[in-house]
Ligand binder design. Structure first.
Ligand SMILES: NC(=O)c1ccc[n+]([C@@H]2O[C@H](COP(=O)([O-])OP(=O)(O)OC[C@H]3O[C@@H](n4cnc5c(N)ncnc54)[C@H](OP(=O)(O)O)[C@@H]3O)[C@@H](O)[C@H]2O)c1
Length: 345
C-alpha cells in the first residue's frame, strides 16, 4: 500500500487528488497538509483515518509517507518537490510542472539522485475529447492531420494566486499546460518553432493577461494553435482539426470534473450536442459522421502511480516528457516578450 500525503486542501487537493487516490487500488491518503484551520477541520471530516498536518515539513518528517502530492500554486511546485524528494519521498505535482525548463531539470535531477518517482498530474491525457480525437486520428478518418486548433475561451476574472503572474506564471500556465502536453503526445515530431502573443489589457484586476495565442510548428509541418481567454463571452470549438482526408469539430469540455465534484466520477455524461463532428471521404464520397466519445477515466492516473510503485509498471506521465512541455513554455514566454518566432533546437 502506497501512503500518499496531499499538500494543499484547496480545490485540486480536495476534489481531484484526495478523491482520485481514494479510488485507486494499492494507494491511500494517509495525510493532508493545509495551513488553513477550516480546511484542516474539513480534511479531518472527509478522511478520518488521515493525519492532518499544517506544513510540508511535518509531512516529510513522517516516515509513513511514501508519496507527496503537490496541489499548490505553480510557483511552489519546484521548491516543494525538490524538498520532498531530497527527503526520500516520491512526488506527484499538479500541472503545470513548474515555472520554466531550468526548474524542471532541477526537479528531474532531484528525482534521479534520490532514486524516487516524479510525475505530473496530467489527468487530461484521459479526457474523453482527447481520447476521442486520438482514436479518430488513429482510425485514419482525417488522413494526415496538418492543422490543430484548440481553445478554451471563457468569461470570468481569475481569482487568488491564479490572477498573480509571479505565482501562476500567467494565463498560458493554467489550462494550456494540458494542451501543450496533448500536442506533444499527438504529434509524432519534434517542435520546430514557437510563436506566442499575450493580450495584457487590464480589464480584470490581474497582471496575467486575458488572452493568449500560442502557435507551435512541428518539424513534420504540423501547425498547432492553442488559444486561451478569460474575457470571451462566446466559446470556440474545443478542437478544430484538418487533415488530408477529413476535418473535425468538437465543442465542449470533458464531463468528468462536474461529476467528480458531485462525488461520483463514474456518472459523467457528455451532452450529445457536443459529440465530435467529422467529415471524411469514404469510397470517393464525402460523409458526415457524429462520433460518440471514448470514455477514458481520470482514475487511470493514480492507478498507474500505484502500479509503478507497487509492481514496477512503466510510468505513463514521465517527467522528461513534461520537460519538453516546459521548453515550449520558455520559448513561448520569450516569443511573447520579443515578438519573435523562436526556433527550438
Ligand atoms: N489537473 C487539473 O485538472 C487541475 C484542476 C484544478 C487545479 N489544478 C492545479 O492544482 C493546483 C492547485 O490549484 P487549486 O485550484 O487547488 O488552488 P487553490 O484552491 O487555491 O488551493 C491551493 C492550495 O495550495 C496551498 N498553498 C498555497 N501556497 C502554498 C505554499 N507556499 N506552500 C504550501 N501550500 C500552499 C493552499 O494551502 P493552505 O490551505 O495551506 O492555504 C491551498 O490549499 C495548481 O497547480 C492548479 O493548476 C489542476
Amino acid at each position: 500500500m502506497v501512503n500518499a500525503a496531499v499538500i494543499g486542501y484547496g480545490f485540486a487537493g480536495r476534489c481531484f487528488h484526495a478523491y482520485l487516490i481514494g479510488l485507486a487500488d494499492g494507494i491511500e491518503v494517509c495525510s493532508i497538509a493545509t495551513r488553513n484551520p477550516e480546511r484542516r477541520v474539513a480534511a479531518a471530516e472527509h478522511y478520518p483515518g488521515a493525519i492532518i498536518y499544517k506544513t510540508i515539513d511535518q509531512v516529510i518528517a513522517d516516515d509513513r509517507v511514501d508519496l507527496v502530492v503537490l496541489a499548490t500554486p505553480h510557483n511552489t511546485h519546484a521548491e516543494l518537490a525538490i524538498k520532498a524528494m531530497d527527503n526520500g519521498k516520491h512526488v506527484v505535482t499538479d500541472k503545470i510542472m513548474c515555472m520554466n525548463a531550468a526548474e524542471a531539470e532541477a526537479m528531474i535531477e532531484a528525482s534521479n539522485r534520490n532514486n524516487v518517482l516524479l510525475s505530473v498530474f496530467h489527468n487530461r491525457r484521459w479526457d474523453w475529447d482527447y481520447a476521442t480525437v486520438k482514436k479518430i486520428i488513429d482510425d485514419g478518418l482525417l488522413g494526415t492531420p496538418y492543422l490543430f486548433q484548440v481553445a478554451i475561451m471563457r468569461y470570468g476574472a481569475p481569482g487568488g494566486w491564479r490572477g498573480v503572474k509571479n505565482q501562476s506564471g500567467g494565463i498560458l500556465f493554467d489550462w494550456p499546460a494540458h494542451f501543450v502536453d496533448q500536442a506533444l503526445q499527438l504529434v509524432d515530431s519534434p517542435v520546430k518553432t514557437v510563436f506566442c502573443d499575450i493580450h495584457y489589457s487590464r480589464y480584470w484586476e490581474t497582471d496575467i493577461g486575458n488572452y493568449a495565442n500560442l502557435w507551435i510548428k512541428f518539424q513534420n509541418d504540423v501547425f498547432y494553435q492553442i488559444e486561451i481567454g478569460n474575457l470571451a463571452r462566446k466559446a470556440k470549438p474545443r478542437w478544430y482539426i484538418q487533415g488530408t482526408l477529413g476535418g473535425l469539430v468538437k465543442y465542449g469540455i470533458d464531463p468528468q470534473e462536474p461529476a467528480m465534484i458531485n462525488g461520483n466520477i463514474d456518472v459523467a455524461e457528455q451532452d450529445s450536442a457536443n459529440y465530435a463532428q467529422v467529415s471524411t471521404e469514404v469510397g470517393g464520397e464525402v460523409e458526415d459522421l457524429i462520433v460518440e466519445p471514448v470514455k477514458s477515466s481520470w482514475r487511470a492516473y493514480y492507478q498507474n502511480i500505484s502500479n509503478v510503485l507497487n509492481n514496477g509498471d512503466e510510468l505513463i506521465v514521465k517527467p522528461t516528457q513534461i520537460l519538453e512541455v516546459m521548453r515550449v513554455y520558455d520559448a513561448a514566454m520569450l516569443s511573447s516578450e520579443s515578438n519573435e518566432v523562436i526556433q527550438l533546437s
